[in-house]
Structures are given as C-alpha cells and as structure tokens.
Design a protein around this ligand. Structure first.
Ligand SMILES: Cc1cc2nc3c(=O)[nH]c(=O)nc-3n(C[C@H](O)[C@H](O)[C@H](O)COP(=O)(O)OP(=O)(O)OC[C@H]3O[C@@H](n4cnc5c(N)ncnc54)[C@H](O)[C@@H]3O)c2cc1C
Ligand code: FES
Length: 292
C-alpha cells in the first residue's frame, strides 16, 4: 500500500473506557498502540462495531496517546452500527483499521489556526487544538465549537481571553482550558454559557478584531455537518483565508478500494474530478470542494 494507506494498521483494540453522555453520545477510549503511534488530527479509524457486523464504521480520531498506546473517539448513536458499539463494555475487543486518511496540514506561516467543529465533527478539531497547543509556539490555536445536543464534555468557565466573544459566551471545554486554548461554545438550543447561534458568528466576531497582518496569519480548519462546512468555506473565502475541511461520506471499504465514497472536487484548472473521501481526504482544501 502507498500514500495515505501506507500507515494503516489492523489491530484488535481493547475497550478501556466507554462513557455515555446525553442524547446517545459516547466517548470511547481504546488500546490500539499501532494506531496511536501514528495517528494525527483529521484521520479516522474504521471500526468493527460488533463481531456480528461485517461492515466497519468510520469514526474520527479525537485523540491519540502514543505513550499509553490509546486512541480516543466520540460518536453519536444514529443506526445499527453505532447502537451495537454503544453496548461494548471495557475489556471487550473490536477490530480496528487505522489511522486512515489525509490529515489537517497546518503551516507554520499561519500559526493562528481557527478551529471550527460542529456536533460529531468536534473530534478532529479538538485533536488538532490539543496537538498544536502541546507543540507550543509558534502555534496559537483558537477553537469554536457548536452542538445542539448538550456538549459531551466537562465544561468550565472560559478564562483564556478571546477578543470579540459575546458576553453570553462564557463556557468552554475544561480540557481546552487546561491546554491553554482560547475557546467558546455555540448552540441554537441556548445551553448555559453558550452563544445562542452559529460557530461562524463567533468566528466572524473574532476575525473582525484582528489587524490585517494578524489576519494574514490565520488558517481555518473545520469539521461538522455539510451546511456548516459550506458556511465556513464562504466565511474563509470572504476573508481571503485558506481553509481545510474534513468531509464525511458514506463508506464501504474505507481504504481506497471500492470508490464508494467519492465526491466531486474542482481541480486547479477548474475541471471536475472525483476524489475518494477515505484516502484522498477526509481533509480537503475548501476551495476545491463542490458545495451542494
Ligand atoms: C471520515 C468520517 C469520520 C466520521 N467521524 C465520526 C465521529 O467522529 N463521530 C460520529 O458520531 N460519527 C462520525 N462519522 C459518521 C459515522 O461513520 C456514521 O454515523 C456511522 O457510520 C453510522 O453507522 P450506523 O450503522 O450507526 O448508522 P446507519 O444505519 O448506517 O445510518 C444511520 C444514519 O446515519 C447516516 N450515515 C451513515 N453513515 C454516514 C457517514 N459516513 N456520513 C454521514 N452520514 C452517515 C445515514 O445516512 C443514516 O441517516 C464519520 C464518518 C466519516 C466518513
Ligand atoms: S470507502 Fe471504499 S474507496 Fe473510500
């Protein structure tokens, strides 16, 4: 195997922690040392949710600890596979393929990484926020997260300053606060401490506070529902900012062999080309994506 498939490992991952959160959300920690050693933000695993279900399900990596040999996932129950996954208990083993796909690719010339995550699109941007924060300067990530379900994380009062944040947006994820990442939350459902609206409104407000030179150092990275990503792509284009988006598409093989996950993209010459989300993505340049 070459390219994006060259580092994929197959292992029997042991369930270490499995936490249930409101509205069918679950955080899962697996022992999968070969995957953990190589995983980077934006990549995903293809997981057999139950020994009786031959079709694997793709889930983004929310974290990887190479020293502990563990990977962390967050998922929401939406159908048979994720319902079966929710029944798995610590000590059980799941067949895992990963890490898969082209990750986010931050560039040192743009260390102000504006991370936008929505719903089950939060995992890869949280992973990127924590990895960049751990690397220290020059990286200075900012995270804006949206969810209609209650956030499946411990929340904290935001102390890391974020210029432009509306006064009502007082909450953040405790883990981002610990990592020193300025972050704020948004929800149309009016959860306490969250901006009542969209993450793109928080992003717009923050971008407006930046001097032109500082804005020229911003890269936007996002994952979330398609309409949110389309709005983020428009916002980035309006501000002349490069933007990378992690797409989700129905998948079968997950490793580039079946062409079941293709999406149209606009190549450099403007011509349409088909790309496989699993191995040519899931992260794409937002300017290439054909937004439906
Ligand atoms: C690269 C990638 C990363 C993903 N990361 C996460 C994640 O971190 N957390 C998470 O909760 N989910 C994630 N998903 C979506 C997740 O794979 C699907 O929710 C899951 O496969 C559904 O399986 P199921 O058997 O429970 O539901 P199914 O019965 O297969 O489907 C239930 C519903 O979900 C929709 N659906 C199924 N698969 C997908 C898909 N791949 N993309 C979009 N909609 C789908 C179906 O159209 C249907 O409406 C990701 C998908 C991809 C492609
Ligand atoms: S799922 Fe088979 S090529 Fe992507």
């Amino acid at each position: 195997m070459g390219g994006a498939t060259a580092t994929i490992a197959l292992e029997d991952a042991e369930v270490l922690e499995h936490e249930a959160w409101p509205e069918g959300q679950h955080r899962l920690v697996l022992r999968a040392p070969r995957c953990a050693a190589r995983a980077v933000p934006g990549q995903f695993v293809h997981l057999r949710c139950d020994p009786m279900l031959p079709m694997r399900r793709p889930l983004s990596l929310m974290g990887a600890d190479p020293a502990a040999g563990t990977v962390e996932l967050l998922y929401k129950v939406v159908g048979l596979g994720t319902a079966r996954l929710a029944a798995r208990r610590p000590g059980e083993r799941l067949s895992l393929l990963g890490p898969i796909g082209r990750p986010f690719a931050p560039v040192p010339e743009r260390p102000r990484v504006l991370l936008l995550g929505g719903g089950v699109g939060i995992p890869p941007v949280l992973f990127l926020a924590e990895r960049l924060a751990a690397q220290g300067p020059p990286w200075r990530p900012v995270a804006l997260l949206g969810s209609e379900a209650p956030f499946p994380f411990a929340l904290a009062e935001a102390r890391e300053p974020l210029p432009g944040a509306p006064p009502a947006a007082t909450a953040t994820l405790a883990r981002l606060e610990r990592a020193g990442v300025p972050a704020r939350l948004a929800s149309l459902r009016g959860h306490p401490g969250c901006h009542r609206g969209y993450v793109t409104e928080l992003a717009e407000a923050w971008l407006e506070t930046l001097a032109p030179a500082e804005r020229g150092r911003v890269l936007v990275c996002a994952c979330g529902p398609h309409p949110m990503l389309a709005a983020v792509a428009r916002l980035a284009a309006r501000h002349g900012l490069p933007c990378q988006v992690a797409l989700e598409e129905h998948m079968a093989c997950g490793v580039g062999g079946c062409a079941g996950c293709t999406v149209p993209v606009r190549a450099g010459d403007g011509a349409l080309a088909m790309r496989r989300v699993c191995v040519d993505g899931p992260v794409f340049d937002a300017a290439e994506v054909v937004w439906r």
